[in-house]
Design a protein around this ligand. Structure first.
Ligand code: SF4
Ligand code: MG
Length: 333
């Protein structure tokens, strides 16, 4: 199946000034050569520690961040260089839900007006049709249509995130970028919002790019996972396989901190604690970006950046030691 979203060689580098008299321009390589696809109806999670470039990547897909290099195409069309008509259509087809539902809603507008805003901007329907669509969207996200006249402050955090989701769905998008959509919510209501998103995905065949640092959430949510470290993808694969048999030492360390449902397995598991700090993305190590924290590092790791290569049927990993051994021997047990 042709991908809905395809990202190739994506780089987003920010220049940083070292003082007005300095000619030495340095770059923060927030996203540094990323490739991935998302199929129609598929959800892919982008995981990694804060500051690894996940949100910048999401912003580039949304067209809110101009890439330094690379190509992002959506349904076969270039996101950046499209004609005006293409850009307008993409602004309908790709929508976003951010972490903070309080900041996302204008406190002075009724929630009905907020939800109707994208419809009005895109000239969809007349006022009466838009009001009907708002009522439909509110019931879709589990809120009472009679509440459309209320302001955001009449609602809880979880309800506000439902309102934000209703607004994101107003234009019937194909892809939603969910940037930490439940991180700001009480733990008790996170699963309600995640289940709502899963239900909407099934009903409308939506694709999701789910940005999260929380692997226990990702496990139940995403079809595929891409692990990001210092602007690069270090491992990708089906969620189940990556969780069961992580290849990259970084993925392994991240997963070792996620509680297992089975208490026996949990007791038997070794927690891998990473030592060393996350290097600055303005000054990443030569060779493998993970080398300063990797328990398996060898001499080659300091010199040569490992490419993201096949490490199983559908998995890919960027590690000299693990990926090559896996490909030679079929396992690294
Ligand atoms: Fe560790 Fe080397 Fe693999 Fe990088 S390439 S993750 S430093 S073993
Ligand atoms: Mg972020």
């Amino acid at each position: 199946m042709a991908p809905l979203l395809s990202v190739r060689g994506l780089k987003v580098h920010f220049p940083i000034s070292r003082g007005i008299w300095s000619r030495d321009v340095r770059y923060v390589k927030a996203v540094d050569g990323v490739d991935f696809d998302i199929a129609p109806g598929e959800s892919m999670a982008l995981v990694g520690e804060s500051g690894c470039g996940k949100s910048t990547l999401g912003a580039a897909v949304l067209g809110m961040q101009i890439p330094t290099a690379g190509v992002i195409s959506f349904a076969g069309e270039d996101v950046r260089h499209g004609e005006r008509q293409t850009r307008i259509r993409l602004s309908r087809d790709i929508q976003t839900v951010f972490q903070d539902p309080v900041a996302a809603l204008n406190p002075k507008m009724s929630i009905g007006d907020s939800i109707a805003e994208p419809l009005a901007i895109h000239g969809v329907g007349d006022a009466k049709e838009r009001a009907e669509r708002v009522a439909e969207l509110l019931s879709l996200v589990g809120l009472h249509p009679q509440h459309a006249e209320r302001r955001p402050n009449a609602f809880s955090g979880g309800q506000r995130q439902r309102i934000v989701i209703a607004r994101a769905l107003a234009l019937q998008p194909k892809l939603l970028i969910l940037d930490e959509p439940v991180s700001a919510l009480d733990v008790s209501i996170r699963s309600q919002i995640l289940n709502l998103l899963l239900d909407l995905q099934r009903r409308f065949g939506l694709s999701y790019l789910f940005i999260s640092h929380d692997l226990s959430v990702v496990r139940h949510f995403a079809d595929r996972v891409a692990v990001m470290y210092l602007g690069k993808l270090v491992e990708t694969g089906p969620t189940e396989t990556v969780f069961a048999r992580p290849v990259h030492p970084y993925t392994e360390a991240l997963l070792s901190a996620v509680p297992l449902p089975d208490p026996v397995a949990q007791r038997a598991r070794r927690r891998i604690v990473l030592t060393g700090d996350l290097p600055s993305p303005a000054n990443p190590p030569a060779g493998c970006s993970f080398v300063t924290r990797c328990p398996l590092a060898e001499e080659i790791c300091r010199r040569v950046p490992p490419p993201l290569v096949a490490a199983g049927k559908q998995e890919r990993a960027a590690c000299h030691v693990r990926a090559s051994r896996l490909n030679e021997e079929g396992s690294f047990a």
